[in-house]
Each structure stands twice: as C-alpha cells, then as structure tokens.
Write a protein that binds this ligand. Sequence first.
Ligand SMILES: [Zn+2]
Length: 174
Amino acid sequence: MSALLLAACAALGVSQAAANTPSGTENDLSVVRAVSGGAFFSPRSSSRLGSGLTRKLSTGFQVALEHLEEHPGCRSLFHGLSHEARESLSRVVYVPASGRQEQRFCSRGVSAFTEVGSSVTYVCRGFSRLAPAKAAMTLIHEALHHAGLPENPNHADMLNSAEINSLVSQSCSL
Ligand SMILES: [Zn+2]
C-alpha cells in the first residue's frame, strides 16, 4: 500500500466524476498566460483557482512543455494514445477541487485528479506545495488521462497511479 502514497492522481470512476462536475465550469475560465508561452500553450484554468495554485500551475506547465520538447520518449506516451502531447496538455482545464473533493480525494499524496477522457482536471490545494518537476509530472499524468490512458489499481492489465508516475518520470526525465 505504501506505493499509493506516491500517487499524484486518482482517476475517478465515470459516474462519480460526472456527479462531482460543477455546472458552469466552461463559463468560469480565464486563460492564464505562462511566462514565455503563447496562448495556445498556456494552461487554461478557472479564475477560482487562487494565486498559489495558479502560479504553480504556470510553472509546472512550462516545465512540462520543456521536458516534452526535450524528450521524444515523453511525447511518445501521447503518440501511443493517438494524441499529440502539447495539444493534449493545452486542452485540459484546471479547476480547484471542492471542499468535499478535498476531503474525499486529496489525501495520501494525491494532488490532482480527473476522469479518463475528461478535459477537466481537479487540482488539490496541496498541488501548490509541489516542486516544479513534480508539478510537471502531475500535469503530464493528468493530460495522459485526458488522452485516454486508463488507471486501475485493481486491474492487472492497467497501470496504477504510482506506475503512471514512474512511467512519466522515466520517459520525461522528471
Ligand atoms: Zn492518474
């Protein structure tokens, strides 16, 4: 069980995540322009995210883009899912986890979570305390779920969260 402590993400079941998706998310977006990135390659986030999470999101996003650029194996993780890495990353919308979600999902090292295939990633308060490389790894992990990568700790044919982290860490040198 100790491996779960390293998990950066909990992928939710479809019905569970759908029930927790706040309405009006799409109307609550503001484009956060990363330091050196253009609009297309900047993180899209909710204005409710708060300054600490927004800053770490921008930093982690930039580090993620740099490592995707430098490491072909990192981009290959997305190509294997028939997606383009930067495009997948730029399509994800980051929203803050609700108080209830913080209690339910943001524990034991989980700093973000999503639903496989969803373009919405929920960010836990703890994300703001991650080192830039760990933040970047988390964003790539979540973007892989957006691109269709499943996760299941109880299924032998699927990776669990820690295994996905390990894959990203090795492939992207993060
Ligand atoms: Zn995950």
